[in-house]
Write a protein that binds this ligand. Structure first.
Ligand SMILES: [Zn+2]
Length: 423
């Protein structure tokens, strides 16, 4: 078993109280909620001297910098302050059965470089992790900036406290693989690992600024099916990291065999491999599916979700069955969690309006009115692929959220990690 202890704790710990005001100043500047000394004094409630000391410390640590002068409001023009997003780099990895991508970003999460690796590496975790480290080292090598943290998104259940993958149904080779330790020891920076759908959920929370995202369900339809849950603004991972792992929830009345060994599982009825298997089985009745098979062999999920697919009567039936089954499961989640927003993301596919309408109709029919009064169900406009942005978002939440008062004393998260190892 990998050690639960980590240089940077994965769950919020008791913050170093003495550093809270300093951390708060950095957070306010980073979030662009205050950008000059008077505004920081007001926002923190600190006196002028106490605020000045902390601002000077943040400047000395290189976490913030001066950036010209603002507008005068009567007295002297205040010097503007901004977060130094270019002070260090973040490394990002995303791995699933269909992609292996690495990248780097600045501290604001803006992706600077992104590389796609041969996704066949997913069959050997050791090789995959080594290739990812090599690619990150290559990307950071010529940039004269320190690497401060690494974020990894993996398909499957993740023990967030240890960074270990637990029994992923589509990548059995990754069962019990600790992702954090090898990356941390080779890249010399703290590492966080999370489920890929959780990262999609936090990214939706960041980007959907016109929506109420404090209670959000992100449902990803791809080869498998999974949900990321945001409850009261935070990711809900559950006791074992398995919250939202809905691919093998039973669909009432179905006895379709599933790859997990059971029958009637949601993903066997309503997601990638299950839907394409149904398409092959009923292709005799569909000129469209016969054409797909003639063109490139077994129909893909993209074939089924394409406009031409949706117009075919056999494919249409498969899509309706999928939308109904997902709608049923979603209505249970909605009755349980009462989210205000459900985001449907298609991995490599675009969710069509007819599919979404059918799913919505099923949810509203099956859910109690109080839980759906303020509910919105939307589909992402872009197809979901790798989500390095979500990995960057996760790290930034860790580094500049509850963890900041703990590491700020040591100057950088890496120094804090090394000091923690030595302590
Ligand atoms: Zn199953």
């Amino acid at each position: 078993m990998p050690a639960k202890r980590n240089a940077m704790k994965s769950t919020p710990q008791h913050a170093n109280i003495a550093n809270v005001p300093l951390a708060r100043i950095v957070q306010l500047v980073q979030r662009n909620e205050a950008n000059n000394r008077p505004a920081l004094e007001q926002a923190t409630g600190l006196g002028r001297t106490a605020a000045r000391q902390r601002i000077d410390t943040a400047l000395r640590l290189g976490l913030i910098e001066e950036s010209g002068s603002g507008k005068s409001t009567g007295g002297r023009t205040p010097r503007l302050l901004r977060f130094r997003s270019g002070a260090a780099l973040l490394a990002l990895c995303a791995i699933s059965q269909t992609y292996a991508v690495v990248g780097i970003s600045d501290l604001d999460g803006t992706i600077i470089d992104r590389r796609r690796l041969d996704n066949s590496i997913f069959t050997d975790p050791d090789i995959a992790l080594n290739r990812m480290v090599d690619a990150i080292s290559d990307m950071t090598h010529d940039r004269d900036l320190p690497l401060w943290a690494v974020g990894v998104g993996v398909t499957g259940i993740i023990d967030f406290a240890t960074g270990t993958v637990i029994s992923p149904p589509v990548m059995p080779e990754w069962h019990d693989v600790n992702v954090r330790s090898p990356l941390e020891s080779r890249l010399h920076a703290p590492v966080w690992v999370d489920n890929d759908v959780n990262l999609l959920a936090v990214e939706a929370q960041r980007t959907l600024t016109n929506e109420n995202t404090d209670n959000l369900v992100y449902l990803k339809i791809g080869q498998g099916i999974g949900a990321g849950l945001i409850v009261n603004g935070a990711i809900h991972r559950g006791a074992d990291g398995a919250a939202g792992d809905i691919g093998h929830v039973a669909v009432p009345g179905s006895n379709v065999p599933c790859r997990c060994g059971k029958t009637g599982c949601l993903e066997a009825v309503a997601a990638g491999w299950g839907m394409t298997a149904q398409a092959v089985e009923s292709s005799d009745d569909s000129p469209y599916l016969q054409q797909c098979i003639a063109d490139h062999g077994e129909p893909t999920l993209a074939d089924l979700f394409s406009p031409a697919g949706a117009a075919d009567h056999v494919v249409g039936r498969i899509l309706r069955t999928s939308a109904d089954a997902i709608g049923e499961t979603l209505s249970s989640i909605i009755n349980l969690l009462n989210p205000s927003l459900v985001v449907i993301g298609g991995e490599g596919i675009t969710i069509g309006e007819a599919y979404l309408a059918r799913l919505r109709e099923c949810v509203y029919r099956r859910s109690l009115p109080p839980t759906t009064r303020n509910l919105r169900i939307v589909a992402t406009t872009e197809t979901v692929t790798d989500n390095l942005e979500g990995a960057a978002n996760l790290i930034r939440r860790q580094l500049f959220g509850d963890e900041l008062p703990n590491w700020i004393d040591d100057g950088t998260p890496v120094d804090y990690m090394l000091a923690s190892h030595a302590r």
